[in-house]
Design a protein around this ligand. Structure first.
Ligand SMILES: Nc1nc2c(ncn2[C@@H]2O[C@H](COP(=O)(O)OP(=O)(O)OP(=O)(O)O)[C@@H](O)[C@H]2O)c(=O)[nH]1
Length: 314
């Protein structure tokens, strides 16, 4: 989840339609306001859906190699693969049973052919507005307003997902919990707005330190942050975190209240586990204990532990 701020963007529509006259009319209606892709078959539609991301699909039901109901079912059952696309059926099947079926399968709207250009534009606009509101809501529930990185709730979900993925794929999973040193003193000395700015710099620094697609950073709470590193062993996790600490110290945020450094630092505890052999709670607790160790050993450092396996190291 490397999403950033919600900037205005152009929405992408997939038109699944085989009739050339309809394609021409619909493309004429929508292509100035939206990015439009066209699939004339079920096969092409599924191929495009799995390789590009779309916000809305206009879906004909009778296609040369299948039908729109099946496409809708497949997309709804595999959201991880196809994304949270809205679906509008657009068809000459105009019986109430067909319409009810389309809506019960997960379609958001059902338009009867022949399509009226004005009505089509209005209905597409409405669905896009709903989609945009959902996007915003999702952003608000998953992202921290101050630092614009994922929040604790998103972290909890992601950690559970990655734990199960690592168990399935027999990979190592590393978790780091980070805490800014002497942050209370920083707030007391420089004020809360400066403290907030420091948290933003911390988040930005983590974003540039951990760049793999599977790396996940979050604000864990207060002045604590967390990093999940999939398929990453302890040595690598420690090396990356040390680089990140050096880069953060390099920001030179003055901190006269710190006993250990002239500028702001952080401490981190890392736990690496192979999930088939360990328990989830132990994993989280160990990362926390390692953070405690890093604080106890003088701060501005990283402590880590393998929960199991041959390379146990503290
Ligand atoms: N500015 C600001 N401060 C915050 C925020 N969230 C938590 N804090 C502050 O972070 C400070 C954390 O203090 P402590 O838990 O005592 O930790 P510390 O001073 O960093 O001490 P050590 O971790 O032991 O080095 C508290 O003063 C909180 O008020 C925030 O969103 N903005």
């Amino acid at each position: 989840m490397k999403e950033k701020n919600q900037l205005p963007r152009q929405y992408r529509i997939l038109l699944v339609e085989d009739e050339p006259a309809n394609i021409q009319m619909i493309a004429g209606c929508l292509s100035t306001d939206y990015i439009l892709a066209i699939a004339k078959t079920r096969k092409k539609a599924l191929e495009l859906l799995s390789t590009s991301s779309f916000d809305l699909m206009l879906l004909d039901i009778q296609l040369p190699d299948g039908n729109g109901f099946e496409i809708c079912q497949q997309v709804v059952a595999n959201r991880e693969k196809y994304g949270n696309i809205s679906i509008i059926f657009m068809t000459s099947l105009d019986s109430p049973d067909d319409e009810a079926r389309g809506l019960s399968l997960g379609g958001s709207d059902y338009i009867h052919k022949p399509v009226n250009a004005v009505v089509l534009r209005a209905r597409v606009k409405l669905q896009i507005q709903l989609f945009r509101k959902n996007e915003l809501l999702e952003h608000l529930t998953c992202f921290d307003g101050l630092t614009e990185i994922p929040n604790r709730r998103a972290f909890d979900d992601q950690l559970e997902k990655e734990w199960h993925r690592a168990r399935r794929e027999r990979k190592a999973l590393s978790l780091a919990i980070l805490d800014i040193d002497y942050f209370k003193q920083y707030n007391d000395l420089y004020g809360h707005p400066a403290g907030d700015q420091c948290l933003r710099i911390m988040a930005a620094n983590l974003t540039t330190s951990f760049v793999r697609n599977s790396d996940f950073i979050a604000r864990y709470g207060g002045e604590e942050f967390a990093v999940i590193l999939y398929d990453t062993d302890l040595e690598t996790a420690i090396q990356l975190m040390e680089k990140s600490l050096a880069a953060f110290i390099g920001k030179n945020i003055e901190h006269q209240g710190s006993v250990i450094n002239a500028c702001v630092t952080f401490s981190a505890g890392i736990c690496t586990a192979t999930p088939e052999a360990d328990t989830f709670n132990n994993f989280l607790n160990t990362a926390d204990k390692e953070l405690y160790q890093a604080k106890a050993q003088g701060r501005a450092r990283i402590c880590g532990k393998y929960l199991s396996g041959p390379q146990e190291k503290t």
